[in-house]
Ligand binder design. Structure first.
Ligand SMILES: [Zn+2]
Ligand SMILES: [Zn+2]
Length: 215
């Protein structure tokens, strides 16, 4: 979904969630999206199973996408009864659609968790754009693992404020340059001529690079 961030200058502080996400492992935007997904799925199964609008949405999206079905099962251990009720209804819809003379299985809406995630992501980039001049946020971003490729691409697409985009880009490029230096050190120490040298903090640089690439 394409959307453009329009900045309205307010005195609101940088979100604590964003600052905290910068101090954890991995891309801070991925981290915040993941936490929001878990909260959304948890609430859905505990409070919203019989909500009419949600059930209509789930029929149109044929349930959850692969990623969020897995999350509901493995990370939330979603309430079994809620899953049974929702999926019994969806299986009925599938039987209905595939039992017609011209069988079809159309998906007319995005998975509701993905839809919620798009709104969450938009708010995160709005927050980043609004507060990028804050020294606190800049320091937090510099100490973070940096944005994954996917969210960096997203940032370049939606952050139309040149100053904000350039600042984020500058910080991201510093993180990538430092990671490359660690990778170079890791590769060098794997050369048989330097095999006796102890491997330092660069030991997991390849994992961090992989995570940055894959989000
Ligand atoms: Zn990410
Ligand atoms: Zn989804």
């Amino acid at each position: 979904m394409a959307y453009v961030i329009i900045i309205t200058m307010t005195n609101t502080a940088v979100s604590q969630d964003l600052l905290e996400a910068c101090h954890q492992d991995g891309c801070p935007v991925c981290r915040l999206e993941h936490a929001a997904d878990l909260r959304y799925i948890d609430r859905l199964f505990y409070e919203r199973v019989n909500e009419y609008e949600l059930r209509v949405h789930l029929r149109a999206s044929l349930g959850f996408c692969h990623n969020h079905s897995r999350m509901a099962n493995e990370e939330i251990h979603a309430k079994a009864l809620g899953v049974a009720i929702i999926y019994d209804d969806l299986l009925r819809v599938v039987l209905e659609q595939t039992g017609k003379s011209r069988p079809s299985l159309s998906i007319d809406k995005k998975c509701p968790v993905c839809e919620n995630q798009s709104q969450v992501t938009a708010r995160i980039f709005l927050d980043l754009t609004k507060h990028i001049n804050s020294e606190e946020l800049q320091a937090a971003l510099r100490s973070s693992r940096g944005l994954c490729f996917s969210h960096l691409r997203h940032a370049l697409g939606v952050m139309r404020d040149t100053n904000a985009r350039n600042l984020l880009l500058q910080i991201q490029r510093e993180i990538i340059t430092a990671l490359r230096a660690e990778l170079a050190e890791y590769i060098r120490k794997n050369d048989y001529r330097f095999i006796g040298e102890e491997i330092g903090p660069e030991r997991d640089a390849w994992i961090r690079a992989l995570k940055m690439g894959g989000g």
